[in-house]
Design a protein around this ligand. Structure first.
Ligand SMILES: NC(=O)c1ccc[n+]([C@@H]2O[C@H](COP(=O)([O-])OP(=O)(O)OC[C@H]3O[C@@H](n4cnc5c(N)ncnc54)[C@H](O)[C@@H]3O)[C@@H](O)[C@H]2O)c1
Ligand SMILES: CC(C)CCC[C@@H](C)[C@H]1CC[C@H]2[C@@H]3[C@H](O)C=C4C[C@@H](O)CC[C@]4(C)[C@H]3CC[C@]12C
Length: 369
């Protein structure tokens, strides 16, 4: 809990503050940023849970707004000391058009940067993604890499393209003069696959398992490692780096940091089973039944069906050629840059992260327990 002895004089703005990660960032700020006086939560869709937060010592201001609307962003940013820009359109399933993804993720980020410059806000943390690096569509493994590991980043899909462009804009804006004459200080955090309470895809896998009589079928070889990080630790990294941006501006400004913790390196499905297993699901081995070529065929068929059905309905299953390539390519990070630069240590151990996530799955409606 925040210590009451500190002077509360800082105003923070969290864009996307009602999303999966955003909600954790909001709650973490309230618990762990003792200098906070006002927390502005900006989102296209406001969550009802915000109401309960308004009873604490920090003024919580809910702002229903759209990052693609420059004037709405500028109004929300004006007077804020720090902006954590987590709003984004996370879509690798073809639900939104490439134009919409670009508008929200790239134009939205431009609007946030310009708002900081115009209104005099000096500190900006951007939630980027591992996808600005990879996995690339060539299937090159990124094995326990760090921020300096060379990798052929090839962006074709609209989502990673947009995250890479937005990240570049944020980093290039570091040092720009903001209203009042002082320099803007920016950095970007790159989470790998985030998991934890509120994770929609985990929810989808769980419900799919229940529909299949408590079974899930292995599609990805167990040897493919996929980087995962607990949402509470990603939120903590945001809070910590936001706090340190002023004190360590010369070191942290313009930098990128992978988000990491002590979560084990496993395949995407084996990792999910760490939570879904204790909730009653089993992962069945089907390598002989579903070889890679068959999965690719199904993924391509899904893409074709999506295109054919688009005039009638939205068909957007989890499996498509892009998600198959991401899930089927090793991408894991091993780094201590955030620890060296701003003293980050994971707040939640792997055991805590696992327990919290299992409890959340168990509490879901229709639980197998
Ligand atoms: N989930 C992951 O595994 C993951 C991994 C790496 C990076 N990220 C990044 O983290 C950020 C948060 O992702 P998330 O998983 O919490 O997704 P999410 O969809 O749960 O949250 C995104 C939030 O942004 C809001 N938003 C979308 N369009 C908006 C707009 N036009 N104006 C204002 N708000 C808008 C949504 O309403 C939502 O609340 C994103 O920038 C995403 O790219 C996520
Ligand atoms: C082959 C299928 C059975 C399995 C499909 C799983 C697939 C939906 C998963 C696998 C990997 C997941 C992505 C990965 O964890 C990292 C990110 C980065 C982040 O910025 C946005 C989400 C995303 C793309 C995950 C989406 C879901 C993926 C592709």
């Amino acid at each position: 809990m925040a210590e009451s002895t500190e002077v509360r004089n800082l105003v923070y703005l969290v864009t996307g503050g009602c999303g999966f990660l955003g909600e954790h960032v909001v709650r973490m700020l309230l618990q762990r940023e003792p200098r906070l006086s006002e927390l502005r939560v900006f989102d296209l869709h406001l969550g009802p849970w915000l109401e309960e937060l308004k009873r604490g010592p920090v003024q919580v201001t809910a702002i229903q707004g759209d990052v693609t609307q420059a004037h709405e962003v500028a109004a929300a940013v004006a007077g804020a000391h720090v902006v954590i820009h987590a709003a984004g359109l996370v879509d690798v399933f073809g639900r939104a058009s490439p134009e919409t993804i670009h508008k929200v993720n790239v134009q939205g980020t431009k609007n946030v940067i310009e708002a900081c410059v115009q209104t005099g806000t000096r500190f900006l943390v951007y939630t980027s993604s591992m996808e600005v690096v990879g996995p690339n569509i060539k299937g090159h493994p990124f094995y326990r890499g760090n921020e300096d590991t060379p990798y052929e980043a090839v962006h074709k899909h609209p989502y990673p393209c947009s995250k890479a462009q937005a990240e570049r804009l944020v980093l290039e804006a570091n040092g720009r003069e903001v209203r009042g004459g002082l320099p803007l200080v920016t950095c970007a955090l790159r989470p790998t696959g985030i998991y934890g309470e509120g994770h929609q895809i985990m929810r989808d896998f769980y419900h799919q398992g229940l529909r299949l009589g408590g079974r899930l079928f292995r599609a990805i070889p167990a040897s493919v490692e996929h980087g995962r990080v607990y949402v509470g630790n990603v939120a903590w990294m945001h809070v910590l780096v936001a706090r340190e941006l002023e004190r360590r501006a010369a070191l942290v400004g313009g930098q990128v940091y992978f988000c990491y913790d002590k979560s084990p390196y496993k395949s995407y499905e084996d990792f999910n089973m760490e939570f879904l297993g204790p909730c009653g699901l089993r992962l069945l081995e089907t390598r002989l039944l579903a070889p890679y070529w068959l999965l690719m065929l199904l993924a391509t068929l899904n893409a074709l069906l999506q295109w054919l059905l688009r005039p009638l309905l939205l068909y957007a299953p989890l499996l498509n050629p892009y998600t198959l390539a991401v899930a089927n390519t090793t991408f894991t990070v091993s780094t201590d840059k955030a620890q060296r630069h701003f003293g980050y240590e994971p707040l939640f151990s792997w055991e805590d992260s696992r327990t919290r996530t299992i409890r959340w799955v168990q509490a879901m409606e229709g639980s197998a327990q």
